[in-house]
Write a protein that binds this ligand. Structure first.
Ligand SMILES: [Zn+2]
Length: 340
């Protein structure tokens, strides 16, 4: 292991990780999607690994640039290695990917690749088309020329909503006419598209939604027509959906019951994600649902046991709830259970 400038240079195979190439092939032909769960602390990582081992699901561990800053790059690579060993100890050597979510520059992608990430996203979706192509191609050339091939996710189309430093006022759907040219020119291994999913907890404005009898907001349906058009042009090519939390009303209610404010929460219904997972969509990103589950449990403990001050007593229940949530997603939404 080479060490320079305080950074630990590592290749992902030394950490026991895999890239996405084989996993996506199996997911596309198998009609399911891989879970891509974001993490930045130990409890989240434990919950992800426990749930994925229990349901025998491969998993993509996602780290945003913000999470990388929060957790520290060196900590992260050893946490990923810890996750690999933990899965084995729990009895199932599931395939684990360490993926950079929304890399916004060549430099951050390079830095992640050199410190053990097996997959990166370069998000040039906010750039003019030709600049997006050039940036994405540059990252692909670097990632693919490593001794161990690092996979790259690109993006076409812009999602609405906020995710860490990524935000867009309005979404622009992916234009199917562009996808073949983009994939050919860049060499990306997978493509994130915009068909109506959205980052964050408030995915749509109330006026965009319909309301159920008990006041739950139902968002406009995903644009499956655009997805089909893309699949037609890129048969068998791995497609990625960002912003795919369902924002479960049970968690919103618990948070509000214990003093939180979660006005206008709305997510993507799980049936629609299930439908997408059966198509060329083979990676589905879920972050907000985990945040809600943890926050709900922590608020509940704080409120019911105001004299409690041992972090394990509120992080523990939060971790257990997270695990339940992820196992449910693997089994009922993504279809990745049993595919490890
Ligand atoms: Zn995203």
């Amino acid at each position: 292991m080479a060490v320079s400038d305080g950074e630990h240079l590592l290749v992902y195979k030394e950490l026991g990780l895999v890239n996405t190439v084989e996993l996506f092939k199996k997911a596309v032909t198998g009609g399911y999607a891989l879970p891509a769960y974001n993490f930045n602390n130990m409890e989240q990582l434990q919950a992800i690994i426990q749930a994925c081992v229990e349901t025998k699901s491969p998993v993509i561990l996602q780290v945003s640039a913000g999470a990388r800053k929060y957790a520290n790059q060196t900590m992260l690579q050893y946490m990923a290695k810890g996750a690999v060993e933990y899965a084995k100890e729990l009895g199932c050597d599931i395939p684990i990917v360490l993926h950079l979510d929304h890399g916004d520059s060549f430099e951050i992608c390079k830095s992640c690749i050199e410190s053990g990430f097996s997959s990166v996203m370069i998000d040039g979706s906010h750039l003019p088309y030709d600049e997006n192509v050039a940036l994405t191609r540059k990252v692909c050339e670097f990632a693919h020329s490593q001794k161990d091939y690092v996979s790259v996710e690109g993006e076409l189309g812009v999602l609405a909503g906020v995710e860490d430093e990524v935000s867009a006022e309005h979404s622009n759907y992916t234009q199917p006419e562009e996808v073949q040219d983009f994939v050919k020119k860049t060499g990306v291994d997978s493509l994130a598209i915009s068909i109506g999913t959205s980052h964050g907890r408030t995915k749509f404005k109330p006026e965009q939604c319909t309301k159920t009898a008990d006041g739950v907001l139902i968002p406009p349906p995903l644009r499956f027509d655009i997805l089909q058009e893309i699949e037609k042009r890129l048969p068998g090519f791995p497609i990625v959906l960002h912003g795919s939390s369902s924002v479960p009303i049970e968690y919103v209610k618990i948070i509000e019951q214990y003093g939180g404010k979660m006005k206008d929460s709305v997510g993507i219904p799980e049936e629609q994600l299930r439908k997408a997972a059966k198509s060329a969509v083979c990676k589905i990103n879920i972050d907000s649902d985990g945040r809600l589950a943890m926050t709900a449990m922590i608020r509940k403990v704080f409120s019911e046991k105001p004299d409690e001050f041992d972090p394990r007593k509120y992080l523990g229940p939060a971790r257990d709830e997270l695990k339940k949530l992820y196992a449910h997603k693997n089994q009922e939404v993504l279809g990745s259970a049993g595919k490890a």
